[in-house]
Design a binder for this molecule. Structure first.
Ligand code: MC0
Length: 146
């Protein structure tokens, strides 16, 4: 089951300037930031709200780290803006298999590493009415130490 909008991915050319725009305009603060070398992005996660499935919804601001990355390619063609939407699920493997069985191209054979230790895969935008769609299972929340 897909139980939340995990995040909306927004491609930008200057991550620091875009983070500052979201802070100054809306008051959203950076919850987490990292570089994902495999995906070729530097990213900032801005937490918007917690969700009833125990997860949360974020805006994910993405700046490419290399010219041959998917985000750099997309920026060159489209300019800045919404790049993808991500749905959260407790079981990305099962969701990807079930959606693949419906004829939608799943881009990774096995889920890969996403933000904050999550496991992610993508669905081809051409099979999703033009929307690059990601499926995410968050990393387990660590129990507080006693
Ligand atoms: C490409 N297309 C898109 C699109 N990217 N359509 C909607 N939204 C997008 N974001 C369209 C192009 O316009 C083109 O349509 C067609 O798809 C083929 O695109 P292409 O530019 O020729 O590029 P390909 O085929 O080499 O790659 C497209 C593909 C790729 C979707 C397979 O971008 C991909 O593997 N994306 C998944 C990984 C990713 O995007 N990672 C970055 C976020 P026309 O009509 O011109 O033929 S990483 C992330 O988000 C992580 C860190 C996380 O969430 O934790």
């Amino acid at each position: 089951m897909l139980t939340r909008i995990d995040h909306i991915g927004i491609a930008c050319r200057d991550l620091d300037a875009t983070v500052e725009f979201y802070r100054a305009t809306y008051g959203f603060e950076v919850f987490h930031s990292e570089v994902n070398e495999e995906q070729g992005v530097r990213e900032a996660m801005l937490k918007i709200n917690e969700t009833s499935d125990g997860g949360a919804s974020y805006l994910q601001l993405l700046e490419p780290t290399r010219e041959d990355s998917t985000v750099a390619k997309w920026l060159a063609k489209n300019g800045e803006g919404v790049h993808h939407i991500a749905f959260g699920t407790a079981d990305v493997d099962a969701e990807a298999a079930a959606i693949g069985d419906k004829g939608v191209r799943v881009l990774y054979e096995e889920p890969r590493r996403g933000s904050m230790g999550s496991r992610i895969t993508f669905l081809h935008p051409k099979d999703c009415h033009g929307v690059l769609t990601e499926l995410v299972t968050s990393a387990p929340v660590e129990s507080p130490e006693h």
